[in-house]
Ligand binder design. Structure first.
Ligand code: SF4
Length: 299
């Protein structure tokens, strides 16, 4: 159920200016708005700190050359827009909304759009929530859609809504439901209410979500990203490329060799070449692009 416009909030991990490290706009100076909350569990995730909503944590606002400013994490779209303007070192920049999984917060994204003036708004998403994507697509200038191999995903979790107690400004204690109920009066409390759309669990769920997302972006400004990790047969990626070829054949495909993390390895060079050739055989516009922001050691 959509949130009341005057009470839309989302948990903000950080707002900062940097260079885009992936996809069609690599190298562009942008502002990044990272929202907390992700039900997915990619084995090579480099931002596990954004999985939990954690309304008790601070939002990190980083202005160039200044000490990090820490603010209340739960923010309205208006507050987020003020932070975006504050961290821009110069002229207004494109804003990339990232996560976590930003499609947990479709109402927030829609409400943010008119507050960004003529800045472009880009979305970086895992492509697991097509209903949420459909809700925001008309306000997004560019979608960067990650396509995931089911074998790269651990079991997802579901994010629960959190009723915030305005008197203390803290999350209601889940062990004291009477307090949460009391605070649930819309005049009394804000609610962190992520989308109720469930995350894919099975291979079939993933295929369905992926295909619906590709159908949505086929005529939109968008790119697809596929992370290729070591130890996988190159043919395993075919199911992703075949769906792109059938549903969004004009969408550029960026293949990102996995940056080693935890037990995940970078791919062998020959395997990477084979993956690229398999995608090219389907007529796709394929480019190999390492995760530049991680090579440079920037966010
Ligand atoms: S979707 Fe993004 S934030 Fe969520 S687990 Fe995957 S890489 Fe991490």
């Amino acid at each position: 159920m959509p949130q009341t416009p005057s009470r839309i909030v989302a948990p903000v991990v950080e707002v900062f200016a940097s260079f885009q490290g992936e996809g069609s706009f690599v190298g562009e100076a942008q502002v990044f708005l990272r929202l907390a909350g992700c039900p997915l569990r990619c084995l090579w995730c480099d931002t596990p700190g954004s999985w939990a909503m954690r309304p008790d944590k601070a939002a990190r606002i980083q202005r160039d050359g200044e000490p990090v400013q820490r603010e209340d994490r739960v923010a309205s779209p208006f507050q987020a827009a003020l932070w975006i303007a504050a961290v821009e070192p110069g002229e207004p920049r494109t804003v990339s909304i990232t996560g976590g999984e930003p499609l947990m917060w479709p109402d927030f994204i829609r409400a943010l759009r008119p507050m960004l003036g003529n800045r472009r708004m880009h979305l970086e998403t895992a492509g697991a929530h097509p209903e949420s994507l459909a809700r925001v697509l008309d306000v997004i200038d560019h979608v960067s859609l990650d396509l995931k191999l089911p074998s790269d995903m651990a079991e997802p979790v579901e994010l629960e809504r959190v009723v915030l107690t305005p008197r203390e400004g803290e999350a209601a204690d889940a062990d004291r439901p009477e307090e949460a109920e009391e605070a649930e009066d819309p005049e009394e409390a804000d609610v962190l209410a992520p989308t109720t759309e469930t995350a894919p669990r099975t291979r079939e769920d993933w295929a369905m979500a992926r295909r619906r997302c590709l159908d949505l972006i086929q005529d939109h400004d968008a790119c697809v990203k596929v992370v290729v990790s070591g130890g996988k047969p190159p043919r395993e990626y075919d199911e992703l490329f075949e769906d792109v070829a059938r549903r969004a054949p004009n969408c550029p495909v960026f293949i990102a060799p996995a940056t080693p993390i935890g037990g995940v390895r970078a791919p062998e060079f020959q395997d990477l070449v084979t993956v690229v050739e398999n995608a090219r055989d389907l007529g796709l516009d394929v480019r190999v692009l390492p995760q530049v922001h991680r090579m440079l050691g920037i966010a």
